[in-house]
Design a binder for this molecule. Structure first.
Ligand code: ADP
Length: 477
């Protein structure tokens, strides 16, 4: 099969969260299964053209916008260490900005996001045509590429390049829907007749993600549990009705881990390598982390790690609410996060009173994220909802025992055999679960067994990639 992936982010070129990790790994695994694969993303300022040897192709695409024509220059490169082509759509006006989606000065989404990603989605289809490709599968991801399936069923209907193309749309997080004022509808290039409650309209606004749900042949999301949850009022964010309607074409496939990047046995970003049979290196990593973060270098005190976007989704308020009680316990905390400013400030101010116990690191820091995975004993994820979650999977591999709220992908991937779980999103439950973990930590032999069990699990992409391919094929026949 010829499979084309379209995504607003791909690791290692640009990444703000789990979506980037998935697109950096799934296509490689699908290619390994013998399929022809290529990828598309915008050419953001962040993409290091030199490091990744981007070169201009001869392709230029023109996308009609209401009052102008927007031009895209197409660059190409390969996924590192492979021959998998990656095409980048360049348009300086849209993509040469400080960050992919938000203005860092205000913390707000760019006002022209609808225009930027409508342009990107159309430019991708024009490039596919210019390349002379006839994809069997066009796999779009999140609202930023959700117009791709809509265009195939409308503007490009009957186009010979896409005659046999199956469209797949993956929801990596239903909380980000690409909601825009109704006035943005003309920017999509779609007829106003699609602006109705069954298609692109959502309570008087334009909902771009809904286009992906309504027009795709297949919808997937990143865990089995989340696929069920989003069909309920509690988790459906107002789209549960649409998802229920499409439930026979909605599948949950749990994300995997790229063990070339996330593996304590080979990780070059950590001070000492280790594996389930030799955990000595993990102790070195712990000391290194404690030192780097200004914590007391005590081996007997468990270090709890936290990495993630500082957003309501991740349960930051539980941490803030339980802060004083947590600081009264025999533990150390290292947090790495970036996100909502009030959370950043509240965390920094609370930690200032506990310099040797809590280390709050604000920013996006890949090296530190590896050091935290390796140097912590436990990893806390009290998410309100979690489509899949990747850090609990990295934690398992690094022998860092996950403590998670049981929701979404955290149900699919963590149980009491390898971690500690709690059901309701409330602070006392989180604290009592942390206390359970601290208690268990005191029994070194049993703790080591728990650590090893997690490390020996296999969450590599192979299995999940096979499930995607089966879906692509099942639907086609
Ligand atoms: P989400 O996609 O909801 O942000 P995931 O758990 O699926 O959450 O994926 C988050 C990814 O982003 C992980 O690879 C995680 O290590 C990384 N990450 C998140 N925040 C940071 C940060 N501040 N610094 C470095 N890496 C981060």
């Amino acid at each position: 099969m010829n499979v084309v992936y379209v995504s607003p982010e791909i690791e290692p070129f640009a990444r703000t969260g789990g979506l980037g990790d998935v697109l950096g790994a799934l296509p490689r695994s699908v290619a390994k299964l013998g399929h022809k694969v290529c990828l598309f993303m915008p050419l953001y300022k962040q993409v290091n053209r030199k490091e990744f040897s981007l070169s201009p192709t001869k392709i230029t695409v023109a996308v009609p916008m209401p009052n102008k024509t927007s031009i895209g220059l197409v660059y190409s490169s390969c996924m590192p260490d492979t021959r998998i082509p990656v095409y980048f759509i360049e348009n300086a006006e849209y993509f040469e900005r400080a960050e992919p989606y938000k203005d860092p000065a205000t913390g707000l989404d760019y006002k022209d996001n609808c225009e930027r990603f409508a342009f990107f989605s159309r430019a991708v289809l024009e490039t596919i045509k210019a390349l002379g490709q006839t994809p069997d599968v066009l796999h779009a991801n999140d609202w930023q590429s959700a117009l791709v399936p809509a265009y195939l069923k409308t503007i490009y209907q009957g186009d010979t390049s896409f005659r046999n193309t199956l469209t797949v749309f993956t929801v990596h997080n239903l909380a980000y829907q690409g909601l825009f004022p109704k006035e943005d509808m003309p920017l999509t290039g779609l007829d106003w007749s699609y602006f109705n409650w069954k298609q692109l309209e959502y309570h008087g606004k334009l909902n771009v993600l809904k286009a992906g749900l309504v027009f795709s042949d297949l919808i997937t999301t990143v865990s089995r549990r989340y696929a069920q949850e989003i069909q309920t009022q509690e988790f459906g964010r107002g789209l549960e009705g649409v998802l229920q309607e499409h439930s026979k074409d909605l599948f949950g496939i749990v994300n995997g881990v790229d063990y070339n990047t996330w593996n304590p046995d080979k990780d070059k970003l950590i001070p000492s390598r280790y594996g389930p049979k030799n955990l000595k290196g993990k102790r070195t990593c712990k000391r290194h982390l404690q030192k780097k973060c200004g914590l007391k270098e005590r081996e007997d005190v468990p270090v709890i790690g936290w990495i993630g976007r500082l957003a309501e989704q991740k349960g930051v308020d539980l941490l803030l609410e339980g802060w004083e009680e947590l600081m009264g316990l025999d533990l150390e905390l290292v947090l790495l996060g970036k996100g909502d400013q009030p959370y950043e400030e509240a965390l920094k101010s609370r930690a200032s009173r506990y310099p040797e116990k809590a280390s709050i690191n604000i920013g996006f820091d890949n090296r530190l994220s590896h050091e935290i995975e390796a140097g912590s004993d436990m990893f806390l994820m009290p998410s309100k909802f979690e489509p899949c979650g990747l850090n609990q999977l990295y934690s398992l591999k690094y022998g860092t025992v996950p403590i998670v709220r049981h929701t979404g992908g955290l149900v699919d991937t963590v149980d009491e055999q390898v971690g500690f779980t709690f059901n309701s999103s409330n602070t006392p439950e989180m604290i009592s679960t942390i206390k359970r973990a601290l208690e268990a930590y005191r029994n070194t032999a049993q703790w080591t067994e728990l650590v090893r069990r997690g490390m020996l699990q296999d969450w590599s992409w192979d299995k999940s990639a096979r499930e995607y391919v089966e879906l692509y094929q099942r639907k086609r026949v």
